[in-house]
Design a protein around this ligand. Structure first.
Ligand code: ZN
Length: 310
């Protein structure tokens, strides 16, 4: 079924957001836009289809009512992915997500969150937080209770093209000057560990210290990323990471290429350039769903996209 759904992204204003999402051709409601939810069936920020026979339909409704479009099997409940572009004009709070089991018990049956970042741009000297330096739970709890966050967190340099997998229980934060494309389980359960003592409307935002201590895994072990590139005429497909929630690829097209897409639906977020997919125009900032059993995709032009499948 050669069906391409173009999604209308949902923009979210954030304390730490900026204006750089305009580089993806979005018209911003303010100078504090932090997130573009490009592929989302999350209830209060659900994308709507822009084109074709499904124009005006919400992604969550389509997922329920048109299972064949997605290759959905009976046992999958909610749309499984959430894909965002994040512009960190300022530092994001340092946070951690629970795993599915902890979230089910402590968050009313919600999902945990596994996520990953593909770095789209980073200013010289930019860093991110991933992991911590505590040797065990007792040391972790002590450092947190003593407020020794600067000693606790593990901060690493970051540049465009880097990829990070963030398992549940991993302390993490995107810091100022970085734009990432984030692929994650469709969930919003976040425990805030440290917010740099910032004020929002005169108040500090609430922290979730006890939950954070519960779910942070010790010691931290960095996840090794080994991208594997498969070259084909006029295109390259690089697989970054594979886990039980998603597989994330980068597709580079330069010319006229045929790319096989089989199985369940794929999502595609165009991060650079422009071209055509089976005659449909695509440009930087587009977020698409390619229907299940798409078959061979004919791609023409010069563009780069992050492609995800479940
Ligand atoms: Zn997160």
């Amino acid at each position: 079924m050669k069906q391409i759904l173009y999604l209308q992204p949902v923009l979210r204003e954030r304390l730490w957001g900026g204006t750089r999402l305009s580089e993806f051709r979005y018209s911003l409601p303010s100078d504090h836009v932090g997130e573009c939810w490009g592929v989302s069936a999350y209830p209060d920020s659900c994308c709507v289809v822009k084109n074709g026979i499904y124009a005006g339909r919400r992604l969550d409704d389509l997922w329920r009512e048109e299972p064949a479009l997605f290759g959905r099997t009976e046992d999958t409940q909610d749309f499984p992915l959430l894909i965002k572009i994040i512009d960190a004009h300022d530092d994001l709070s340092i946070q951690v997500h629970p795993d599915d089991e902890y979230a089910r018990i402590h968050e009313n049956g919600a999902c945990g969150k596994t996520e990953c970042w593909y770095v789209l741009d980073a200013e010289p000297g930019a860093t991110i937080v991933i992991g911590h330096h505590a040797k065990n739970k007792a040391e972790l709890a002590q450092m947190i209770r003593d407020g020794r966050f600067r000693d606790l967190i593990r901060e690493v340099p970051v540049k465009a093209g880097d990829f990070f997998q963030i398992e549940p229980g991993t302390v993490h934060a995107i810091k100022a000057g970085t734009i990432v494309l984030e692929t994650q389980e469709s969930s919003d359960v976040t425990y805030r560990l440290y917010d740099y003592d910032r004020l929002q409307n005169g108040h500090k935002r609430p922290l979730h210290i006890e939950q954070s201590i519960d779910v942070i895994r010790t010691p931290f072990e960095p996840k090794e990323i080994r991208p594997v590139t498969c070259s084909m005429p006029a295109a390259k497909l690089t697989k970054y990471f594979d886990c039980r929630f998603y597989t994330v690829y980068k597709l580079d097209v330069d010319g006229s290429a045929d790319v096989p897409l089989s199985g369940m639906f794929h999502t595609m977020s165009v991060i650079e350039g422009e071209g055509y997919l089976d005659g449909s125009r695509v440009e930087k900032g587009d977020h698409l769903v390619l229907a299940a059993d798409y078959g061979s995709m004919h791609a023409v032009g010069r563009f780069t996209a992050i492609v995800t499948r479940v």
